[in-house]
Design a binder for this molecule. Structure first.
Ligand code: LMR
Length: 337
């Protein structure tokens, strides 16, 4: 049927599909960017997403509307990557541990245990050749990487204290997707299980899994600390996000809009990366103050024993992520592996 588009039906259509119509010349309809993520607003990623919304709308004078969907309200972990490729959502900020479904296994190298000695080492590596090289791995998937967002280092928990490698024996540990995490938990004798982030609290509460790893801000906002009796502040691995977009959508943005969005993303990224450390320190303090769990620090000897137990992951990783990314990390971080 060749239906004539009246002004009224055009307005109705614009409300339903503003992006499509805006690119067809209905300049009054804003371009909508749906930004889906799985964590709470009150986390580094949640705050970064809202900052991008604020700046993008400001710099484009309202020509762009950013709709932020936190807490898996739009999509869960694996679904969101598929939705991005299909163009149902335009922007995501998944943890790089979740990139295997995209066929970009190289990102999992960032999950190697004890890889980054501190926040600065992480930040430099992502700003340098490793970060840029990893983004090239997305190009053939119809996805473009815009920025890396930090969320600090992982803690690990269970209902018993985890102080020696032997304490992990037989525990079912939830992991977010990376085979590298799967491997290092196996080396400790546990049984890792991939599970969507939105399902973790209940799985811990009902004993479907015995433990998990995550950063302090995620423990606090998801209340994992209320259903885990012991948390070890081990900082054994790092959690980072890549802000990614559907390339077709991003490259098709009007020339007067793209630079404003690039600027908004650069500033939102600086902001996110500048608050991540403090956000996690504050979250750790709040977990401690809640009295709902027992926090443990590792002694130097205990940490050494964990590192030794997890060390074979590096050799194993070569077959998973390839030598190229490992070489880049060795160079960038001055590692001996
Ligand atoms: C997880 O699934 O544990 C994390 O990736 C959640 C997040 O995005 O911080």
């Amino acid at each position: 049927m060749n239906r004539k588009i009246t002004r009224r039906s055009a307005v109705a259509l614009a409300a339903a599909a503003p992006v499509a119509l805006a690119t067809r010349g209905f300049a009054q309809s804003p371009i909508v960017i749906k930004l889906s993520h799985v964590v709470a607003n009150d986390t580094p990623k949640g705050k970064g997403s809202l900052k991008f919304k604020e700046l993008a709308e400001k710099y484009t004078g309202g020509k762009v509307r950013v709709e932020v969907y936190p807490n898996s309200t739009l999509y869960k972990d694996k679904e969101e990557i598929e939705a991005l490729q299909l163009g149902s959502v335009q922007m995501l900020a998944p943890s790089t541990a979740k990139f295997a479904p995209l066929g970009a296994k190289e990102f999992e190298a960032l999950d190697l245990p004890w890889l980054f000695k501190d926040d600065l080492a992480y930040a430099n590596a992502m700003k340098g050749s490793v970060g840029q090289w990893l983004f090239t791995k997305l190009e053939s998937k119809g996805i473009s990487g815009l920025a890396y967002w930090d969320n600090g280092f992982h803690m690990v928990s269970a209902n018993r204290p985890l102080l020696a490698p032997a304490d992990f024996q037989g525990l079912k540990i939830r992991i977010s997707g990376s085979k590298i995490a799967d491997q290092y938990f196996r080396e400790l004798g546990s049984i890792p299980q991939i599970m969507a982030f939105s399902e973790v609290y209940q799985a811990l509460q009902t004993g479907v899994v015995d433990g998990c790893e995550n950063t302090a801000s995620n423990y606090l906002t998801q209340k994992f600390h209320e259903v885990q009796k012991h948390i070890t502040v081990s900082y054994h691995a790092h959690l980072q996000y890549a802000v990614i977009v559907n390339s077709k959508f991003w490259n098709g943005l009007p020339a007067d809009i793209r630079p404003q969005l690039d600027k908004a993303m650069a500033e939102a990224s600086d902001y996110t990366n500048s608050i991540a450390r403090q956000e996690n320190e504050d979250s750790l303090a709040a977990i401690k103050a809640s009295g709902k769990t027992t926090l443990h620090d590792l002694s130097d000897d205990q940490r050494k024993a964990w590192r030794v137990a997890m060390a074979p992951t590096y050799k194993w990783a070569k077959g998973r992520v390839g030598q190229e990314v490992l070489d880049l990390l060795v160079k960038e971080l001055n590692l001996q592996i």
